[in-house]
Design a protein around this ligand. Structure first.
Ligand code: ADP
Ligand code: MG
Length: 358
């Protein structure tokens, strides 16, 4: 049994983007000080935190100095290098732990873990060369998707292999890096379940969200998704299998394909997730507070929604009408404090609230 951290304790966050910023804000709401570590000192999270520590990711000494001031350390980004986790862990507990990172940083390792945990995935194959790709396509068929094993996000590092697509071109387009070929899931819709797990293994989920992507980027999440009690129960089972398998502490999200009422796991995010932003305004305890509670050893908050919500990401110039959005009565506006607006960059989001249909 871990002692809950008292208000006034310091929560260290590796990564200073918008997720770190919303975590820092949630930490402050519970009386904690958030310290941010990010190579960029003028980062979105840093400007909402008690203190920013800025150094390159491979500066172990700087990470140790930061960690020495923290009571617990968490991360907003799953590609934090293992060496940074080692350095941090020498000074303070890191939650979630190494297992959550190691099993989700690499798509091949991740999909194998998901299967071992007893959940369904699409068929997949390891691809390390053009010859491997040819064999994998012969086995898995078309359409299929070639993805780099590491560092992909927002649809980056992916190539769709359609009828007639050239395999050499697909292989070149992902830079000939270690990859995985996945069968294309013929899904009716994309869903996600956001869950939190405590140090003691208690787990709670938020209701399923339905997600619309375009150009590989999440645009809109609608929650709670239309879902039978059976489907919600299946999502809870998946979250339990994955959360327990990772021995995860904190929030995580599981992206799902709904194929005729069967849930197929697409990927795991071992952190707060864009498809959970709706919980900030539609639930008494949103995902950011929930994560802070879990890593601080507090009991989990109430995940039941009091409103239905449509979350829309403000990408690039979508953020320009911020004043109009701020004037809409049912809209909760969240801006990330990024200095420059660039195409494809997540600048903020809105949560549009509706009465909950009971
Ligand atoms: P990212 O890390 O960029 O989010 P994903 O694997 O989630 O990568 O892929 C982004 C999007 O591409 C998914 O949300 C989905 O719309 C589509 N996609 C990815 N893999 C598959 C697949 N195997 N079958 C069908 N669609 C897929
Ligand atoms: Mg994804």
């Amino acid at each position: 049994m871990t002692q809950p951290l008292a208000p006034g304790s310091v929560i260290g966050i590796l990564g200073g983007g918008q997720l770190g910023r919303m975590l820092a804000t949630a930490a402050a709401e519970l009386g904690f000080d958030a310290h941010i570590f990010d190579p960029e000192s003028d980062c979105p999270a840093g400007r909402a935190a008690a203190r920013v520590w800025s150094a390159p990711w491979d500066d172990d000494g700087a990470i140790q100095a930061f960690a020495g001031k923290c009571d617990v350390i968490t991360f907003e980004w799953e590609n934090v290098p293992a060496s940074a986790i080692d350095a941090a862990e020498s000074r303070a507990p890191v939650r979630p732990g190494r297992k959550s990172l190691e099993l989700t940083q690499d798509r091949l390792v991740e999909k194998s873990f998901i299967r071992e945990a007893g959940c369904q995935t699409v068929d997949f194959a390891e691809v390390n060369s053009l010859a491997d790709l040819e064999n994998a396509v012969a086995r898995i068929g078309r359409p299929s998707i070639l993805k780099t094993r590491r560092f992909g996000y927002d649809g980056k590092g992916q190539a769709v292999v359609k009828a007639g697509s050239g395999l050499a071109e697909a292989w070149a387009s992902i830079g000939g890096q270690p990859a995985i070929l996945e069968a294309f899931a013929p899904f009716q819709r994309e869903l996600s379940v956001v869950a939190a797990r405590t140090v003691n293994g208690d787990l709670k989920t938020f209701p399923l969200a339905e997600n619309q992507h375009s150009g590989g980027i999440l645009r809109v999440s609608t929650a709670p998704a239309q879902a039978s009690a059976g489907l919600e129960a299946d999502a809870l089972k998946i979250a339990e299998a994955i959360g327990n398998g990772l021995e995860h502490v904190g929030v995580f999200a599981v992206e799902l394909f709904d194929v005729g009422g069967q849930l197929i796991v697409n990927e795991i995010a071992p952190r707060v997730h864009n498809s959970g932003h709706w919980t900030m305004d539609a639930c008494a305890c949103g995902q950011f507070e929930q994560h802070i509670r879990a890593v601080a050893g507090w009991p989990l908050g109430n995940t039941a929604p009091h409103s239905a919500c449509e979350m829309t990401n403000l990408i690039g110039e979508d953020v320009s009408p911020w004043l109009d959005l701020a004037s809409e009565p049912d809209v909760c506006l969240h801006l990330y404090g990024k200095r420059d607006t660039r195409p494809g960059r997540k600048m903020g989001h809105i949560n549009r609230l509706f009465p909950l249909e009971r």
